[in-house]
Design a protein around this ligand. Structure first.
Ligand code: MN
Ligand code: MN
Length: 456
């Protein structure tokens, strides 16, 4: 089983299932480019399958299908199992935020006949990758009267798109002598949004024209940017990659590929011995902070609500037992081996596209610092589950020892005393505007997650 190419094991029927699954996934990442879009899409999908909002329930019983949403930006989806919740639940935890560029609070300005939005990047991006590509604006503007305006410009083929310009090579000699992290700097990332002046207006006529358009189309004022969450993301749909269509090129595989496969695993596994859960969080790319990130108490609070519904009474000890007895896969992507940059990987401990779901016992940097180093007993149990269910899996580290660095939500959930290990899909060009995954790994992750929630 160990480190074999997954493509070899599929028959015609498997390939059909794999392809259908990946078509569903491609639709998901093509439509869902913000956390809110992921939550809304998930709610729409699961309500059709009979899942009920936890706030509408008086009690729960085995087989019940439940979800809870936190502030529109993260979601838990549960199927209640036969055993009491205090026996522990099986959790798949993924993040639905992806690296991008956010709009500042006071963003709109005019310079030499162009109107711009001033931006501030979110998460670890390589800044020079984000210039001269087509960009879309997704997000919300919240008005003082409580109204929320949804914005989505650039995805429809009749929509305009936006761009961050770059210098031509003919004039780029000075710029190109800079190091990679300086060649495009944070304050250079400003979005070109307009160039037409408002007729018969003298000062800041292009900006005034933008404000007029915003007023006419969305009924918003310049001050409304102060209470907005506008995310600048690559426009366009995810596409098959390669002449053999074996891969998917798209924005936001990290970590929506693991979010979607985790969600689908919980939906498709149905009622199990234990209660099962897909936990999709926000803010992982900036440290899992805040009310909607994995550090939030919201997950514990939601579990407390479930225990209250289960027993018609809340008991703190039952919650603590539930957390300690739970098992989790931190469903997050791994750095796939790239033959063009083989020098940063240690080949025996790297993951390869097409070789299946990847387990990272640890991540971290400078000697595993800051990571969740999973229990070997737990890894033994997991690899038995993968082998018993004929799931292709591999293990990896994040690059060579002194080069690699990074983290996930694994340690945060581990702090609550549950067993956790990172398990997800290998990605190439991670955090770039277009990332690469293998369809085989998407499918193996899904199969692995189903096996885990059923048997862990
Ligand atoms: Mn990630
Ligand atoms: Mn990431």
């Amino acid at each position: 089983m160990f480190k074999k190419n997954a493509w070899n094991k599929y028959n015609e029927k498997d390939l059909k299932k794999l392809t259908d699954f990946c078509e569903d996934y491609k639709e998901f990442i093509s439509v869902c480019k913000t956390e809110r879009e992921c939550v809304n899409y998930s709610v729409e999908l699961i309500e059709k399958l009979g899942f009920k909002n936890i706030n509408t329930l008086k009690s729960i019983k085995p087989g019940d299908k439940i979800y809870a949403v936190n502030k529109g930006k993260n979601i838990c989806v549960f199927v209640i199992g036969d055993e009491p919740i205090s026996n522990g639940i099986n959790i798949l935890g993924a993040h639905i935020d992806s690296p991008r560029i956010d709009v500042k609070q006071n963003p709109l300005y005019e310079s030499e006949g162009f109107a711009y939005l001033d931006l501030h990047y979110y998460g670890g991006i390589i800044k020079y990758q984000w210039v001269t590509i087509r960009l879309a604006i997704h997000g919300v503007l919240c008005k003082k009267n409580g109204e929320i305006i949804n914005v989505n410009i650039g995805e429809n083929e009749n929509d305009p798109v936006f761009v961050i310009t770059d210098l031509l090579p003919h004039l780029g000699a000075d710029k190109l002598s800079k190091t990679g992290n300086k060649v495009v700097e944070g304050e250079d990332l400003d979005l070109t949004i307009a160039s037409m002046p408002l007729k018969d207006s003298d000062k800041e006529a292009v900006k005034k024209n933008v404000l007029k358009l915003l007023k006419d189309k969305y009924d918003i004022e310049e001050d409304d940017f102060v209470s907005a969450e506008l995310e600048i993301v690559p426009e366009g749909k995810a596409r098959d990659l390669g002449i053999d269509r074996s891969m998917i090129l798209g924005y936001g595989h990290d970590d929506r590929v693991c979010a979607y496969t985790s969600l689908r695993a919980v939906l498709d596994a149905g009622k199990c011995k234990k209660t099962i859960c897909a936990y999709l969080v926000d803010k992982e790319e900036i440290g899992s902070v805040g009310a909607t990130g994995a550090h939030s108490l919201w997950f514990q609070n939601t579990l407390a609500e479930l225990i209250n519904l289960e027993n018609n009474n809340y008991n703190d000890l039952l919650l603590r037992r539930a957390l300690s007895n739970s098992s989790m896969l931190s469903s997050d992507v791994s750095a796939g081996f790239d033959p063009l940059y083989s020098n940063v990987f240690e080949k025996k401990n790297a993951c390869f596209l097409g070789h299946g779901i990847t387990f990272n016992k640890y991540t971290g940097a400078r000697g595993k610092s800051g990571c969740n180093d999973a229990m070997p007993e737990y890894m033994a149990k997991i690899r038995k589950i993968m082998d018993d269910n004929n799931v292709n899996y591999q293990t990896a580290e994040l690059g060579k020892v002194d080069i690699g660095g990074g983290g996930t939500i694994a340690y945060i959930m581990g702090n609550q005393n549950m067993n956790v290990i990172d398990a997800g899909v290998p990605v190439m060009s991670m955090h770039a505007p277009q990332e690469v995954v293998s369809k085989a790994d998407v499918y193996e992750a899904y199969l692995g997650y189903v096996a885990f929630v059923k048997e862990a």
